[in-house]
Design a binder for this molecule. Structure first.
Ligand SMILES: [Cu+2]
Length: 256
């Protein structure tokens, strides 16, 4: 009889101390993530973002082209929504732009500002003098900085998205036009509208940063991997509430 009760006792103990059993798994957002950038607002921008997470340290590499030459481009991790990107059809107000606001239901709010120096918090979201300038229309960015727990969790949950802003939609060569930014009415919409977006997916171990030729296969593997991460989070008892919720939101978004 005693042996018959032994296993349930262990299970109850595990359930009573979920944090104890979970802590190694929570550190498991460590790894490499890749985002393949797709154009928004007919920008023609393409590129790749790579992030290596180790604890609260993120090493970020972005290679992108087709940007507005000589213009600064705000760039962020967006988090907390579906972990997906809008399309040009999501111009809800019909002003000719998919704005940051119109994209937010897909990619969420700013989690980190990918500045070249100094603060990387959402407060620096429009710190135009500390974002890369696209010399010749190209950006090559690399920086290691500390990310918040929210950002770490977003990567693990598959809800971290790379967004580059700034598009010369009227072809004038600079940010201008009559439509004002939804974020700052002192700026033209062209300065803040998203130019490119890509959802981060966990990269396979040893995958080269520029594995572009394997985009199709890699994408599928990434989705399966995210599903596995989501199931893992659910299996790790009720304490995984936030992660599980984000996962469900993501699933709901993909089915919609
Ligand atoms: Cu952004």
């Amino acid at each position: 009889m005693r042996k018959a009760f032994a296993l349930p006792t262990v299970a109850i103990a595990a359930a009573a101390f979920p944090l104890l059993t979970m802590s190694p798994a929570l550190a498991d957002h460590d790894g490499s993530y890749q985002a393949d950038l797709g154009a928004l607002n007919a920008s023609g921008v393409s590129g790749t973002g790579m992030v290596t997470l180790s604890g609260d340290q993120a090493t970020v590499m972005i290679e992108a082209s087709g940007l507005v030459p000589g213009a600064p481009h705000a760039q962020h991790f967006h988090i907390g929504a579906q972990g997906t990107c809008p399309t040009d059809a999501d111009d809800e107000d019909g002003d000719g732009f998919v704005s940051v606001t119109e994209g937010a239901p897909y990619y969420g709010a700013i989690g980190s500002s990918l500045t070249t120096e100094g603060d990387t918090s959402p407060d620096s979201g429009l710190a135009v003098d500390r974002f890369p300038t696209a010399e010749g229309g190209t950006i090559s960015y690399e920086r290691t900085f500390t990310v918040t727990e929210d950002v770490q969790k977003a990567f693990a949950a598959g809800t971290a998205v790379l967004v580059l802003h700034g598009v010369d939609k009227d072809g004038s060569g600079t940010y201008d036009g009559d439509v004002v930014s939804d974020l700052d009415p002192s700026l033209p919409m062209e300065a803040t509208a998203p130019a490119a977006c890509g959802a981060f997916e966990e990269a396979q171990m040893g995958t080269a940063p520029n594995g572009g030729a394997e985009t199709g296969a890699g994408g599928t593997a990434g989705i399966e991997q995210q599903a596995a991460i989501g199931v893992g989070a659910l299996a790790l008892a009720g304490a995984a509430g936030a992660g599980a919720l984000a996962y469900r939101r993501r699933q709901a978004g993909e089915q919609a």
